[in-house]
Design a protein around this ligand. Sequence first.
Ligand code: SF4
Length: 758
Amino acid sequence: MASERIADPWGPATPYEAGTAWPVRVDAHSDGEPERWVQSACVLCSNGCALDVGVADGRIVGVRGRGVDRVNHGRLGPKGLYGWQANNSPDRLTRPLVRRGGNLEEAGWGEAMDTVLERARSLLDEKGPSAFGFYTSGQLFLEDYYTLAVLARGGIGTNHLDGNTRLCTATSGQSLKETFGCDGQPGTFADVDHCDTLLHVGINIAETQTVSWARMRDRLEGAGRPRLVVIDPRRTEAARHADVHLPIRNGTNVAVLNALIRELIENGRVDQEWVDSHTVGFEALAKTVKPYTPEHAAEICRIDAGAIRAAAELLGDAERLLSFALQGVYQSNQATAAACQVNNINLLRGMIGRPGCGVLQMNGQPTAQNTRETGCNGDLPAFRNWQNDQHVEQLARLWNVDPLTIPHYGPPTHAMQIFRYAEQGSISFLWISGTNPAVSLPELARIRSVLADERLFVVVSDAFPNETTELADVVFPTAIWGEKTGTFTNADRTVHLSEQAVEPPGEARADREIFLDFADGLGLQDKDGAPLIKWRTPEEVFDAWRECSRGRPCDYSEISYEALRGGSGIQWGGERLYTDGRFPTEPDYCEDFGHELTTGVTFTEVEFKALGAAGRAMLKPAPYVPPTEEPTDEYPLILNTGRTVYHFHTRTKTGRARQLVDAAPDVWVELSEADAVRLGVGEGDVVRVESARGRVDAPVRLTGVRDGVVFIPFHYGYWDRGGRDGHDRAANELTITLWDPVSKQPIYKTAAVRVERV
Ligand code: SF4
C-alpha cells in the first residue's frame, strides 16, 4: 500500500464526465488495527481532505478518507496517508525549554511562563506595545488564531502580528481584495466537475494538492474532457496533460497574462454586457494591455507567440472557465498584479459565480484561510478594514475595549517588516508559533542573525525541535492536530472540525491554552476590569468567532461544532460566492480600499470611492515591470524554489514519516538538459548553486524545467543532516530579501544564481 501511493501519488483514476459527481474512492493506511475512529481532516496542504484518525492504545495508528466529504470524496494523497506518523515521533518536544548560560534546558511550565511574563512586563513598561511582535502559522486551528488575535490586537495593543501565510497566501488574499473588495475564494472545488476549460498559472497542483489534481485528472480522462492551459516554467504533471503549455521565464507572469487579455479583447471574446454591468475599469485595462502583442510578450517571456495565441483561443472559446493560481504567481515578480490579471480573465469572460466558472487563488497551507480570517495575517478579524473606523469600533464593542487600544494607525505590520523591526531593535519580543522561519524565510544568514541577536527575546511554540527552536530563549511544547480539538478552513472555504483523538505527549499543550495563560499572566483586562479573553474551551472560542464574523463576508454564524459533526465539511458563504454578480466593494463594507498595483501605494477611502465600484468588481491593470534581480554574467541563471510531492514546507512533520523520508530524503537541484550540457554535468553529479547571499550543494536532476532556470525544493534545512556542519542545504540561503509592493509576500522565484560542478 505504502509504495503504491508513493509510486502513484494520485491513486487509481476514476474518470467522470462534466456535470456528474466525482466518484467516491476511500483511501486508508494504518500501521495497526484501529480500536476507534475520530473525525478530522488533513493539515498538510490547503486542500483540507476530510479523514478519520484511527486510534489504538492511545496512539494514532492510521487514517482513512471520509467518503461523505465534499472536498476529497474519500481520497488521500501521500502526505495525508503517511504524515500523521510525525505525531508519534520520538523526538517530540514534551517539556518547556529555557535558555540558561547559552544552552536550552528543560524547565517546568511555571518557570518557563514566568520567564516570558517577566520579560513581557518589563518591556511593556519600558517600550510599550510596539516592542512586541507575533509571528504565527498557517497550520494552527481557528481557535488558536482567534485567541492570539484578541491577545495581540485587543490586549497588548500591538500592530505587529502576522503569519507565515505572508509567505504563502498573502497574495491570494490581497488579489481577492483588490478585485472583489474582500478576501474569500469565489469558486469551489466542485467547479472542477462542471468546467470545460482549466487555466493553471504558476501552480504545480499535482504535487502541492495531489487530491485536487486527482479530481482534474479524472475529468481529463473522462468523457467531455476539459481543455487545459498551463503557464509554468517547469514541465509539471499538469503541463504534461495540457493542451497548451506556456513555459515562461520566471518573473514574467504579467507580460503573458496581459497578452492573453489583449487577445481576448482584440478578438471580441469579452462578455461586454456582463462586464459593463458588473465591473469597473475596463477602459484602463484595455489601454494597459494594448502594447502586449503576442510577439512582444513572447520576447519578454521567451516563449512562442503562436502558443500565446493558441492559449488565448482556448480561453476565448471557454463557456465554463475555472482558473487557478499559486506560488508561481504569489512568490514571483509583480505577485499581486499578476494574480489580479488572472481574476481579470474570468471577469472579462463573465465567468464567475456559476457552476464551472470561478477563480481559485489557492492557498498554500492547510489553515491559512483562518490566519487571514481571524486577523493574524495583516488584517483585522473577519475581513474588517483597518481604515474603517466603524469596523474598528465593532471589534472594540465585541471585545469590550477602547477602540484606541486596537492599532489602526496603518496597515497591520507584515512579517518581512516585523523581522526588519526586530533587526533594527524596535521589536524586542518576538513570539513565533508553529512555524520555522530559520528555514522558510528568505536570506537565511540574515534571519539567523536576527533571531540570535541578544537584544531580541525569542519565544517559540512548536511540537518539534527545529532550526528555529534552537535560536529561542524559551520554547513551549505544543499539542498538534490529533491532540486537540478545533476547526480549520480550506482553500475553497470548507470548514472542518478536527476532534481530539489522543492525548498530547508529555506536557505539551494547545497553542490556544498557552496564549490564554500568557494573557492571564499579563492580567489583560477589558474596559470593566474583567479578563479580556472570556473563553476557555475550543467550542467557546468558536462561538465567540461566530459572533465576530456575523454579518461579515466570512459569516460563520450558521456553522456550529454540532453541524460539523458526522457529515461533510461546510463552506461558509455557500458553494459559490458572487452568484448574483454583486461584489463586496461598497466602501463601508469592503475589507480594503486597495492599492496601485505597480507601486503598492495604498488608496484612501476617497480614492477608493472615486473608482465607483460600489457593488461591482474592479478590473485593475498593471504594465509588466522586470524583476529587481535579473541574471548577470556572474550569476547567469534564475533560481526557482518550491514544494514537491512528498514533503510539506520545512518537513517538521513530513520529515518524520518513514515513507515520505524514504521517497525524498535529501535536497536536489533541477536543471534543463541544455543547461546541464553547457555546465558539463549529468544526472546525480553534485553541483554548487551560489547567489550573492549563500550557497547550496546538491545532486542534479535533469527535468523539464525551462532553460536558464534552476529549481531547488525549499523543504530541507539542517535538523536531520546527521551532524554535518555548514549552511549549504536550504534553498533560502540563496533567496533575496525583497517583497511584492502590494501583498508584501517575499519573492522566492527570481534570485540570480550560478551553478558549478563541485
Ligand atoms: S491533498 Fe493535501 S489535504 Fe489532501 S491528503 Fe494530500 S496533503 Fe492532505
